[in-house]
Design a protein around this ligand. Structure first.
Ligand SMILES: [Fe+2]
Length: 695
């Protein structure tokens, strides 16, 4: 008999088929395991994982890497209510195919909501994987608070994944009601750009000891010195190598992951099915399909593949690398191999998580238009006199293209006394989501009845800007802009003004409350308010936004410490040299402005520096740490959203301690529910340590 709101067995089979997963049905009465199982981690060297939990089902994953040359490794999967497998509720047979790199995914249905389960795989000889733990989602009407972590940007070649160990250490000691439901991974799960140690003096880059953790069987060395994957086997090697990291593997075995790729799962500056190196776009439809295939093979997620009915493998569409010449009004390349490549896997999706949380996860790379400020034609619009800075009015013109100034864009863009051809004047406004995904996203957002609508978005939405117009005279070159500067170049929603405004206007127009964005990608911690514009334009926030620091990949502060020119007239805005130490002045720059940085360099006193703050620069920011690593924990209940940043020291080496090593700080930001049209308010609390120049 069907239980209202729960999938019947028949519906469930259809779902499993659509997801490309075999299935197990958990309807059985609990009974002790009757399957032979002896742990052999060497034969399942990439561990186990689970993903995308809903109230009655979850995807399970393993890789039978000991399968050697076998075309198929028959496996049994067991799901139990206890870690000793005395109460097994589902057992099923599946296969790990060589055609899927010996990975396999099993959808287990008929489970109880808000429940913890343990699972394991075994081959015909009883040789088994490690045991994994997973949790189903609470039922749609479950009023309990929901707590999950969100993470991004891990690099096993350049650092240690101590953040995951800290997360596990704390979670194991938390009361059951305070444990994490899942980990949301917002991308850069792998870095496809790999620095081989022998290519760098002393095998170091910045503070990092380069590890030979990833070696591409084929690979291609790019002019800048890094290596990229070029074959299916290269991409698979990348994931397998990452999953040999013990802390990452432990994390996947402890919590279900809800994952989305960012750029590095395919290609650093990739967009749609193009790669970009040295400012030149290369058609790379075949590699986009490889990246999708391997993501599908290694990430248990409810994503839709095309290409064939197999439940056991990704059937890659045959595509060719052909130039993309025609783009439609939303910037989508109409070339058929491009469309086939990006449609080979659809990653955006939504989940209900109890009464209070709906999660919408979007894909920021497969459908996006070309990022305009990175184009060759934009080169005259920035200068080493003002590192990272582009006039805000220039960035707005580049973003809006032909829609700028009400559809009458200027023929040239001013940069100081220079006049640069407006190469965007006949092109459509920039989009990150693309037309189809955006329509889905806005429709889902409007339809959601959850207290909190959480946008899981791999890219940050908060503006990053500086106020070089307020520099005292006599400090080097004159600022060539009319007012504020965008910082850090374009590439995310911080400069996708047109699309961000469209989304935020839709939130306002539909009187949507509880709009929360969680992001990664920036390798820095940010907390703030979601607004389409900043002063001198009207500042009208429609929600709150949080961005997590990287798990381990280096950030801007570390890069500055090594690379920022010592004699640059504006050095104090980026790095403060105080008593032989380098301090992250860039945090002050984007939060309080140039005058605060100069005061800080002069006095070494952060409080004095903040008194020189420019209140119009960043009314949207509550917190900014461009040098922080770690993870974030979001908590939602009927009345509040709270986000805790857990910041660790630069993760250069694997910590010896079981807790993952010391913390730099924990800080939370909390907002009570707001009414439509009301401005959300963030309350900051430092729980531990010292966030320094971050607030
Ligand atoms: Fe990253």
């Amino acid at each position: 008999m069907a239980i209202p709101g729960r999938a019947t067995r028949r519906e469930f089979l259809r779902t499993a088929g659509a997801l490309g997963a075999t299935f197990a049905w958990g309807g059985a009465a609990a009974a002790p395991s009757r399957t032979r199982w002896v742990e052999r981690r060497d034969l399942f060297a990439e561990g186990v994982a689970s993903g995308d939990p809903v109230p009655d089902s979850v995807l399970l994953w393993t890789c039978a890497s000991g399968g050697g040359g076998a075309a198929a490794v028959p496996l049994t999967v067991e799901v139990a209510e206890d870690a000793a497998f005395a109460r097994v509720v589902a057992t099923a047979r599946t296969r790990a195919l060589a055609a899927a790199d010996h990975t396999c995914r099993v959808l287990v249905g008929g489970l109880r909501p808000a429940h913890t389960y343990w699972y394991r795989f075994a081959d015909e000889h009883g040789q088994g994987s490690r045991i994994g733990r997973t949790r189903t989602a609470p039922a749609d009407d479950d009023p309990r608070p929901v707590r999950f972590s969100f993470v991004s940007c891990q690099n096993v070649c350049e650092g240690a994944q101590n953040a995951y160990r800290r997360m596990a250490f704390d979670d194991e000691r938390a009361a059951p009601e305070d444990q994490l439901w899942f980990v949301m991974h917002l991308g850069d799960f792998v870095y496809e750009v790999v620095d081989y140690p022998e290519d760098f003096p002393g095998g170091h880059r910045y503070d990092r000891r380069l590890r030979p953790a990833v070696r591409y069987p084929q690979g291609e060395k790019i002019r800048q010195g890094f290596h990229i994957p070029v074959t299916l086997e290269d991409y698979r090697t990348l994931y397998r190598s990452y999953l040999h990291d013990p802390d990452l593997q432990d994390a996947r075995a402890r919590w279900p992951f809800v994952s989305m790729w960012d750029n590095h799962e395919f290609s650093w500056l990739g967009w749609q099915s193009l790669q970009q190196f040295d400012g030149v776009n290369r058609p790379a439809q075949t590699r986009k399909v490889m990246a999708n295939q391997v993501w599908f093979e290694y990430q248990p997620a409810r994503v839709a593949k095309v290409g064939g009915p197999s439940r056991e493998r990704f059937q890659a569409p045959a595509v060719k690398d052909v130039p993309i010449e025609r783009f439609d009004a939303s910037g989508l390349g109409q070339e058929e191999n491009n469309l086939a490549a990006i449609r080979s896997l659809t990653g955006y999706r939504a989940f209900r998580f109890g009464r209070h949380v709906e999660i919408l996860i979007t894909d920021q790379h497969s459908y996006r238009s070309e990022e305009p400020s990175g184009r060759k034609e934009a080169e005259p619009l920035s200068s080493p006199d003002f590192p990272e800075m582009v006039p805000e009015e220039v960035m707005q013109a580049l973003d809006a293209g032909r829609a700028h100034v009400g559809g009458a864009p200027p023929a040239t863009l001013a940069y100081g006394t220079a006049r640069v051809p407006n190469f965007r004047k006949n092109e459509p406004p920039q989009t990150i989501l693309g037309a189809e995904q955006k329509a889905w996203f806005l429709q889902r957002l409007r339809a959601s009845r959850a207290t909190w609508k959480v946008w899981g978005n791999s890219e940050g939405t908060l503006d990053w800007r500086a106020d070089p117009q307020n520099l005292p005279t006599g400090m080097g070159a004159r600022w060539p802009g009319l007012g504020y500067a965008c910082f850090g170049g374009g590439g995310d929603y911080g400069t996708a003004y047109t699309e961000r405004a469209e989304i935020y206007d839709a939130v306002r127009a539909a009187a949507i409350t509880g709009f929360v964005t969680v992001s990664g990608d920036r390798h820095s911690f940010w907390a703030g308010l979601a607004a389409k514009a900043l002063p001198p334009a009207a500042f009208e926030p429609v929600g709150v936004a949080f961005i997590t620091g990287s798990i381990s990949a280096p950030g801007l502060v570390e890069a500055y410490e090594h690379r920022f020119p010592k004699d640059h007239p504006l050095r104090a805005l980026y790095v403060a040299d105080l008593g032989g130490e380098k301090k992250p002045a860039v945090n002050l720059l984007m939060h309080h402005g140039v005058r605060a940085c100069l005061e800080y360099q002069r006095t070494g006193d952060a409080a004095v520096a903040r008194r020189a703050s420019n209140p119009d620069l960043a009314p949207h920011l509550a917190f900014l740490d461009m040098g922080g690593h770690g993870y974030a924990i979001a908590r939602f209940d009927a009345d509040t959203v709270e986000c805790e940043f857990v910041c660790i020291p630069r993760p250069l080496e694997r910590s010896a301690g079981e807790d993952g090593g010391p913390l730099r700080y924990r800080v939370t930001h909390r907002a009570s529910r707001w009414k439509a049209g009301e401005r959300p308010r963030l309350q900051q609390r430092v729980l531990e340590g010292d966030p320094g120049l971050s607030s």
